[in-house]
Write a protein that binds this ligand. Structure first.
Ligand SMILES: [Ca+2]
Ligand SMILES: [Ca+2]
Length: 136
């Protein structure tokens, strides 16, 4: 998700890690850019998203911030959604985003969250199937 690129850029001290303090500062900074005064309407969000995320249709979408559905993004909703994105990307749960936790999402198209290695569902053993057929 483009938020990986966006959150990675919040590394204020240049150590390639984004910690909780940098996240808080980054959210404050972005909110200042996004919101001139008070809650944000979709038209302002689109302008900001093109600049911050690279596309007006980039995830997270306007609707995913707008938790109470009033067609406005409040400071609290903005904060909550970005902290959720941070938590989702923090795979080892140490409260710090490192580049290895971001690179997968920056380089893959949206929607590919799961590495391709995983096999879905239990597999039937081939010899079981032939046993059943012999019993009939
Ligand atoms: Ca840092
Ligand atoms: Ca981490």
């Amino acid at each position: 998700m483009p938020a990986a690129l966006f959150l990675g850029a919040m590394d204020a001290d240049g150590d390639h890690l984004v910690d909780g303090t940098e996240l808080g500062g980054g959210i404050d900074h972005e909110w200042q850019l996004l919101s001139k005064s008070g809650p944000v309407r979709p038209v302002y969000y689109d302008t900001w998203a093109r600049s911050a995320l690279g596309s007006a249709s980039a995830l997270p979408s306007f609707a995913s911030y707008d938790l109470d559905g009033d067609k406005l993004i409040s400071r609290d909703e903005f904060d909550e959604r970005l902290r959720l994105a941070f938590t989702q990307l923090d795979e080892n749960g140490d409260g710090v985003l490192e580049r290895s936790e971001l690179v997968f999402y920056v380089t893959r198209p949206a929607g590919r969250r799961t590495p391709p290695r995983q096999v879905a569902g239990p597999r039937r053993r081939l010899d079981q199937g032939s046993d059943e057929q012999q019993q009939h």
